[in-house]
Design a protein around this ligand. Structure first.
Ligand code: GDP
Length: 213
């Protein structure tokens, strides 16, 4: 069960990270050729990915780069570096937007499938789920892709501040049940609120452990 930083008196983890935009990739041929460890962040449009990534790296500009017109359908690579971490963070295009054209969904799936299948240095995909909504049909499609490609996955619940404590517990229980069929998913679910800055230290610690391991 993730710790609740709302009430915890724990000292915040010191975190000074540099985060530089590297490249936007539209096709698999454009992926960086070096062997640096990568972690990727995926989620439905509006799940709170930009806000969480900004909170994670402590920089307002990061998500702005990814949301620049033309870059929203691409894999956006950032280089994260501090004494404990030296990895690429990959901001994946949001999916499941109701009004997205079929062709667009198809292209997204194509790029993401290629990326997940063939990327040896991809350590983990962090899949963001809105804590109020739980697992939706589009999330299940992505989980199937991750499962088929045998990519280590960890779920991050977003917008936890919108739920009461008892609702958070229920949401975690339901999600744990719903995730059972997906063996690639890490058993620890991270509960976060980018607005209240809760769960961010846990996410940073998870990221460091993943990239070191
Ligand atoms: P993206 O499309 O996944 O990048 O989502 P955004 O980061 O743009 O967030 C979508 C909406 O959710 C915005 O209105 C944010 O202000 C809001 N939001 C994001 N994170 C949180 C959070 O932790 N708590 C609350 N209450 N709202 C959030």
């Amino acid at each position: 069960m993730p710790k609740d930083r709302d009430t915890a008196s724990a000292q915040p983890v010191p975190w000074a990270v540099t985060c530089e935009f590297l490249v936007s990739v539209v096709a698999i041929e454009g992926l960086p050729g070096d062997k640096k460890v990568e972690v990727a962040f995926a989620g439905r449009s509006n799940v709170g990915k930009s806000t969480l990534l900004n909170a994670l790296v402590g920089r307002k500009k990061l998500a702005k780069t990814s949301n620049t017109p033309g870059r929203t359908r691409m894999l956006n690579f950032f280089h994260l570096k501090n004494p404990e971490l030296d990895c690429y963070l990959v901001d994946m295009p949001g999916y499941g937007y109701a009004r997205a054209a079929r062709g667009q969904i198809f292209r997204w799936t194509g790029l993401v499938k290629d990326y997940m299948r063939g990327r040896a240095n991809l350590r983990r995909v962090y899949l963001l789920i809105d804590s109020r909504r739980g697992l939706m049909a589009a999330d299940k499609e992505i989980l199937k892709l991750l499962q088929d490609a045998a990519v280590s996955t960890q779920v991050i619940l977003t917008k936890a501040d919108k739920l009461r404590n008892d609702e958070r517990t229920l949401a975690l229980e339901k999600l744990t049940r719903d995730l059972k069929p997906y063996v690639v998913v890490h058993p620890d679910i991270l509960m976060t609120s980018a607005i209240k800055k809760t769960g961010i230290d846990d996410l940073r610690a998870a990221l460091i452990a993943t990239c070191k391991g």
